[in-house]
Design a protein around this ligand. Structure first.
Ligand code: ADP
Ligand code: MG
Length: 340
């Protein structure tokens, strides 16, 4: 017989290659879990660019014993029912992050739900589980990932310097903070980029968060976007044409609360500024789109940074219109009127 079923831990390791590419992808998966768990405060600590340690502590709803045991199993998720792949509202939904991480690192998951007398902790060390055992802790979940890829040399070899990995972690946390102004984010241990951004709420919440993360300078030199068209709601802030950068690293795009990279959005911003900004300059933008979840496919890539719009033309039009209107109100008049 030459065809055989792969053992479970090998399947997990193969999947891990897709879900956990580098320390920053681990941070992204874990912080997204904390957000999905309703956390108001999320603290991220890393050492050596996340390669030695990633610790995430949240004050979310936590897990009871059964959920804790299930959480590290592959394709176990509390977030997706059989028929709603078209209606994804939580950040996670594949149920493979924790199982994958546990197959390529030493993963410790401790959790305490409301009303429990203590927490429970279990460990998955490169695929081998132990626990759960009681652990004293506050309500919420604390996750530690140690020695990522230590037993997967092929993968470890592809990691960049600790500094580059730390920068990627900072970028991930920054985007998640921008998408969730009401949550208090704390980032420690990455070089130069420690952050402490208390949650903000109410009317000016988004501007306040953008000020924390991108700097008050941006907020002072930007217009606020507020427009809706063909079911596409555009919010956020767009920098004045006089406030540009030499690259696109200061352009941030969010769709339904998720940071995304998408050519349609980049192209729309470029078009919106075409009359004011030289082609080698890039406006600074933090663009937030809300669309019907059925209008966007987020299941394109395991890391979920990419997406596909069902009607890219409508999205493009809405973005160009929103920015054009806001810039016009600030005194920047397009020479060619924006097409409908
Ligand atoms: P997914 O997020 O796709 O469901 P994960 O492997 O990331 O898959 O997590 C598996 C499950 O573990 C989640 O569905 C959730 O029920 C639980 N879980 C993970 N992290 C947390 C957390 N920080 N707080 C509460 N529950 C969590
Ligand atoms: Mg998840």
């Amino acid at each position: 017989m030459s065809i055989r079923q792969l053992p479970e831990d090998l399947i997990n390791r193969i999947a891990a290659g897709e879900v956990v590419e580098r320390p920053a992808s681990v941070v992204k998966e874990l912080v997204e879990n904390s957000i999905d768990a309703g956390a108001r405060r999320i603290a991220v600590t890393t050492a050596n660019g996340g390669m030695d340690l990633i610790r995430i502590v949240d004050d979310g709803r936590g897990m009871d014993r059964d959920d804790l045991l299930l959480s590290v199993e592959r394709h176990a998720t509390s977030k997706l029912s059989a028929d709603d792949l078209d209606d994804i509202r939580t950040l996670g939904f594949r149920g493979e992050a924790l199982a994958s991480i546990g197959s390529v690192a030493r993963l410790a998951v401790a959790s305490r739900p409301e009303g429990a007398e203590s927490g429970l902790a279990l460990v998955v060390d490169n695929g081998r589980r132990s626990g759960p055992l009681p652990q004293a802790m506050n309500r919420g979940t604390a996750i530690e990932v140690r020695e990522l890829f230590a037993q997967v040399p092929a993968r470890r070899k592809f990691l960049k310097s600790a500094r580059a990995e730390a920068a990627a972690i900072t970028d991930v946390v920054r985007r998640l903070a921008m998408a969730n102004p009401e949550i208090h984010f704390i980032l420690e241990g990455t070089d130069r980029s420690a952050a402490n951004w208390p949650g903000v709420s109410g009317d000016g919440a988004l501007a306040a968060r953008l000020g924390q993360v991108m700097g008050g300078d941006f907020v002072d030199n930007a217009v606020t976007l507020a427009a809706a068209r063909h079911g596409v709601v555009v919010a956020g802030m767009a920098g004045l044409p006089t406030y540009t950068r030499a690259n696109s690293l200061s352009q941030f795009y969010f769709v339904n609360g998720r940071s995304v990279r998408d050519k349609v959005l980049v192209g729309a911003v470029r078009a919106a500024y075409a009359d004011y900004v030289f082609r080698d300059r890039f406006p600074v933008v933090a663009l937030y789109l809300a669309v019907d979840p059925a209008e966007v496919d987020v299941n394109v890539h395991p890391a979920k940074a990419e997406l596909r719009f069902r009607d890219p033309g409508a999205v493009r039009g809405a973005v160009i219109r929103a920015i054009g209107t806001a810039l016009a109100a600030a005194g920047f008049k397009a020479s060619s009127s924006v097409a409908d």
